[in-house]
Design a protein around this ligand. Structure first.
Ligand SMILES: NC(=O)c1ccc[n+]([C@@H]2O[C@H](COP(=O)([O-])OP(=O)(O)OC[C@H]3O[C@@H](n4cnc5c(N)ncnc54)[C@H](OP(=O)(O)O)[C@@H]3O)[C@@H](O)[C@H]2O)c1
Length: 154
């Protein structure tokens, strides 16, 4: 399981509870020292992950694949700027753009990075199963891989 923004707040508590349940948890944080400290405290594995970085997302996905084969659960938790003070007509678009980069494109980027692993793992399971009825599920998996805006982040 991978939790973005796991060094504090809700993300950190999610990490703590998942570890307590016995799950293997990768705690993502954009600052290496924060990742290391929080991961040590909750018993997770630290990963340096700035969700606005394509390179970070790819590196973390590659690490997951090489160490674990695939990711079971992605918790897209990292976010900034709950800017309820802004109004559409007068909003500072630089602030909006910054928030969108983290809160919208960040989770989307991570889904795109890890989804191919999920799709290929599901496909492998389907192919090993070999039942005719499973073909529909295979197509559903492929379809989901092409449409990350549906239930791909769950
Ligand atoms: N708190 C609430 O009442 C509430 C209610 C509804 C929904 N939520 C949602 O729950 C989530 C967590 O909320 P929270 O209150 O725990 O927030 P928080 O305390 O502000 O923590 C946000 C976390 O996201 C990380 N983060 C920010 N930008 C990042 C980036 N570019 N890359 C990686 N990590 C980044 C922060 O890391 P740094 O330490 O490096 O800044 C921090 O770990 C958010 O998605 C929020 O929208 C919260």
């Amino acid at each position: 399981m991978l939790v973005s923004g796991g060094n504090r707040g809700i993300g950190r508590e999610v990490c703590r509870q998942l570890v307590a349940r016995g799950d293997e948890v990768l705690l993502g944080a954009r600052a290496p020292e924060k990742a290391a400290e929080a991961a040590r405290e909750v018993g997770a594995v630290p990963v340096v992950l700035d969700v606005t970085s394509d390179a970070d997302a790819r590196r973390v996905a590659d690490e997951v694949e090489s160490r674990y084969g695939r990711l079971d659960v992605l918790v897209n938790n990292a976010a900034i700027t709950y800017d309820t003070w802004q109004r559409t007509a007068t909003a500072d678009l630089d602030v909006v753009r910054g928030a969108a980069e983290t809160n919208l494109y960040g989770p989307w980027r991570l889904v795109q990075a890890v989804l191919p692993q999920r799709a290929s793992a599901d496909r492998e399971r389907v192919e090993r199963g070999g039942a005719v009825g499973e073909h529909a599920r295979l197509h559903a998996v492929e379809d989901r891989a092409e449409r990350p805006d549906t239930d791909a982040g769950r």
